[in-house]
Write a protein that binds this ligand. Structure first.
Ligand SMILES: Nc1ncnc2c1ncn2[C@@H]1O[C@H](COP(=O)(O)OP(=O)(O)OP(=O)(O)O)[C@@H](O)[C@H]1O
Length: 222
């Protein structure tokens, strides 16, 4: 693909103690695309995502976002939405209140935008139930709303459709394709080959912390 990549990983490796977790990862990812990451449990998808969003640092190599190097020019990508494992939502607050607390960190969106994001993932923004009463699927939807509410340029989602019923999966697929059409750079890890193939422009296959295959999907939903 021509043009400057939005997110680049250059020979990235990660070692924790003696264990080699990621080895020589190269990525060149663009805006307006969805990238799917597939691999067995423990193949390194989550660790790679942590690294790309600045939560951990590479042992070797570098990650650049929009031309800036993580850990040198910037600590975190300037505009990123992340869903990795279970977000630390507070049990005693509603979904809206949880997102409002998080929105107060950056202060770039108002209540209306929070409610709109909650609605986009198929939840009721005015639901008075506390987070502890949410089903697993509702928690997952709220996690996605949290990741997209500030309209970040880079969206990193680890298993976004986990725990969702088939309606939920369809809703989230549509949300992700709309975000792609808006020019976001979207990374998704999933075990579901069919879902990943449907959404993605390119697939990265991971095995033992390495990218063992990388291919573009023809005739995707773009
Ligand atoms: N904090 C840690 N310290 C040391 N090793 C870790 C740590 N976290 C994960 N690992 C190891 O890193 C490897 C990659 O794990 P990772 O969670 O990235 O895999 P994954 O592809 O996301 O798996 P899954 O599909 O189960 O989510 C595994 O071998 C795991 O045991």
């Amino acid at each position: 693909m021509t043009g400057t990549a939005f997110l680049e990983a250059n020979h990235v490796s990660k070692q924790i103690k003696k264990e080699q977790i990621l080895t020589d990862i190269d990525l060149s990812l663009h805006k307006g695309k969805i990238y799917g990451f597939r691999g067995k449990n423990g193949s390194g998808k989550t660790m790679l995502f942590r690294l790309l969003c600045g939560l951990i640092r590479a042992s070797k190599g570098s990650v650049n976002v929009d031309g800036k190097t993580l850990g040198e020019d910037i600590s975190f990508p300037p505009s990123v939405g992340v869903l990795i494992e279970y977000p630390g939502f507070l049990n005693g607050y509603t979904g809206f209140k949880n997102l409002k607390l998080l929105a107060e960190i950056n202060k770039i969106i108002d209540d209306e935008k929070i409610k709109q994001s909650i609605g986009m993932v198929g939840l009721d923004p005015d639901d008075k139930r506390k987070y502890r009463k949410y089903s697993l699927g509702m928690k997952q939807r709220l996690g996605i709303a949290q990741a997209i509410m500030e309209e970040p340029e880079l969206i990193i989602l680890d298993e976004p459709t986990n725990a969702l019923d088939s309606d939920g999966v369809e809703e989230i697929k549509k949300v992700l394709l709309d975000l792609k059409a808006d020019g976001k750079c979207i990374l998704i890890a999933s075990h579901d080959k069919e879902e990943l193939d449907y959404l993605s422009d390119e697939i990265f296959m991971m095995e033992n912390g390495k990218i063992v295959d990388h291919y573009a999907l023809e005739g995707d939903s773009a």
